[in-house]
Design a protein around this ligand. Structure first.
Ligand SMILES: Cc1cc2nc3c(=O)[nH]c(=O)nc-3n(C[C@H](O)[C@H](O)[C@H](O)COP(=O)(O)OP(=O)(O)OC[C@H]3O[C@@H](n4cnc5c(N)ncnc54)[C@H](O)[C@@H]3O)c2cc1C
Length: 288
C-alpha cells in the first residue's frame, strides 16, 4: 500500500513538462491522481518520476471559441458540474461528470486524465464519442489534433506518445434543437459502470434526426461507437420502431465480458435498455 520510491517535479510550463517527459520515457504525468496514485500504491505502476502539471498556469479553461467548447487539461469533474455554460448547453457532459465516483474524487479528477487513462470503465470516453470530440496532444513538435475515434486503441492505451501531454479536449458547439443524455447502470452509487450509454443528437425543423452520436461504456476493451445504431436513426423521423432497432444494434455490436458485474448476456440486454432510455431522453431534451 506504499508506492515505490519516485521523484516528483512540478514544472511551471508545458515546454518544461515536455522536456521532463522526454528526458525520462518512463515518467508519468500527474493530473488528479485519482487513478495513478492508487495504481502506484498497489505497485501496479512504478514510475521513477511524476511530472505534476497542476501548477502550470493557463490549463484550467472552459470556453467556447470558433465553434468549439475547449476544456483544458487541469479542468476537474467538479468544474464541469459548476460551470454555467455546461449547465446551460452541455447536459450530456454535465450528466457524465456527475456520474463519476463521488464528490471527493470529482474534486480532483480531471476530464483529460479520464481520457488519457483510457480505462474502458471510465465514463467520459463514450460521451466524447457521442459528441464527436477532438483531443489536442502537445509534444516537442507542437500540437497534434486527434479525432476521438482515433484516440483509444486498446485497453488503457491511446495514441498519445510518452512525451506528449493531453492539453485539451474540445467538443463541437451543439447546433439548434440538440439534446444529449448519459445513462449509466452501476451496482452502487459511486461505482464504475456495469454499462453506460451516451447519446448526443440534433433535430431539423421538421423533427428529423440530423446528426446523432452514440457511445457505449465498459462493454468492450475501449469505449465503443455504436455506428449501426447511429446510422439507423440519422436522417429519419424518430419513432418507437426505429429507436428499438437502434437499441438492438447496440446490443449486438457491443463486446462485453462476463465479470462480477454480470454475465455477457445480461450486459448486452442492459446496453439495449440503456440505449432506448438515452435516445428517448436526448430526444425529449432536443424537442425542448
Ligand atoms: C474511488 C474511485 C472511483 C472512481 N469511479 C469512477 C467512475 O465511476 N467513472 C470514471 O470515469 N472514473 C472513475 N474514477 C477514475 C477517476 O475519474 C480518475 O480520476 C480518472 O480516470 C483519471 O483522471 P486523473 O485526473 O485523476 O488522472 P491521474 O490519476 O492523474 O492520471 C491517470 C493516467 O493518465 C495519465 N494522464 C493524466 N493526465 C494526463 C494528461 N493531461 N496528458 C497525458 N496523460 C495524462 C497519467 O500519467 C496516468 O497514467 C474513480 C476513481 C476512484 C479513486
Amino acid at each position: 500500500m506504499i508506492p515505490a520510491e519516485f521523484q516528483y517535479i512540478s514544472p511551471k510550463s508545458v515546454p518544461e513538462a515536455i522536456a521532463l517527459l522526454q528526458s525520462n520515457q518512463d515518467a508519468k504525468i500527474l493530473s488528479g491522481g485519482q487513478s495513478l496514485i492508487p495504481l502506484m500504491r498497489f505497485r501496479l505502476a512504478t514510475p521513477p518520476l511524476l511530472v505534476d502539471i497542476n501548477n502550470i498556469v493557463g490549463l484550467g479553461y472552459i470556453r467556447e471559441a470558433s465553434g468549439w467548447l475547449h476544456i483544458g487539461a487541469t479542468v476537474r469533474e467538479d468544474d464541469l458540474d459548476n460551470a454555467p455554460i455546461i449547465r446551460e448547453k452541455y447536459p450530456l457532459l454535465r450528466e457524465t461528470a456527475r456520474a463519476i465516483a463521488d464528490p471527493l474524487v470529482r474534486n480532483r479528477a480531471t476530464v483529460c486524465g479520464n481520457l488519457a487513462h483510457a480505462d474502458p470503465a471510465n465514463d467520459h470516453p463514450a460521451t466524447m464519442l457521442a459528441y464527436r470530440a477532438e483531443v489536442v496532444a502537445t509534444g516537442v513538435k507542437g500540437e497534434r489534433v486527434i479525432p476521438i475515434d482515433q484516440f483509444f486503441i486498446g485497453l488503457f492505451t491511446t495514441t498519445l506518445t510518452s512525451d506528449e501531454i493531453l492539453t485539451e479536449v474540445r467538443l463541437p458547439v451543439p447546433p439548434a434543437r440538440n439534446g444529449g443524455a448519459y445513462v449509466k447502470m452501476e451496482r452502487k452509487v459511486g461505482d464504475f459502470a456495469t454499462a453506460g450509454v451516451a447519446v448526443q443528437l440534433n433535430l431539423d425543423t421538421a423533427g428529423k434526426i440530423q446528426q446523432v452520436g452514440i457511445g457505449l461504456t465498459n462493454v468492450g476493451p475501449t469505449a465503443i461507437r455504436a455506428a449501426r445504431s447511429e446510422d439507423v436513426l440519422r436522417g429519419k423521423m424518430p419513432d418507437d420502431t426505429l429507436i428499438a432497432q437502434s437499441a438492438q444494434f447496440a446490443q449486438a455490436d457491443c463486446a462485453p465480458s462476463a465479470d462480477l458485474r454480470g454475465s455477457e448476456e445480461y450486459k448486452r440486454n442492459l446496453v439495449r435498455v440503456l440505449t432506448l432510455r438515452a435516445i428517448n431522453k436526448a430526444l425529449e431534451r432536443a424537442r425542448g
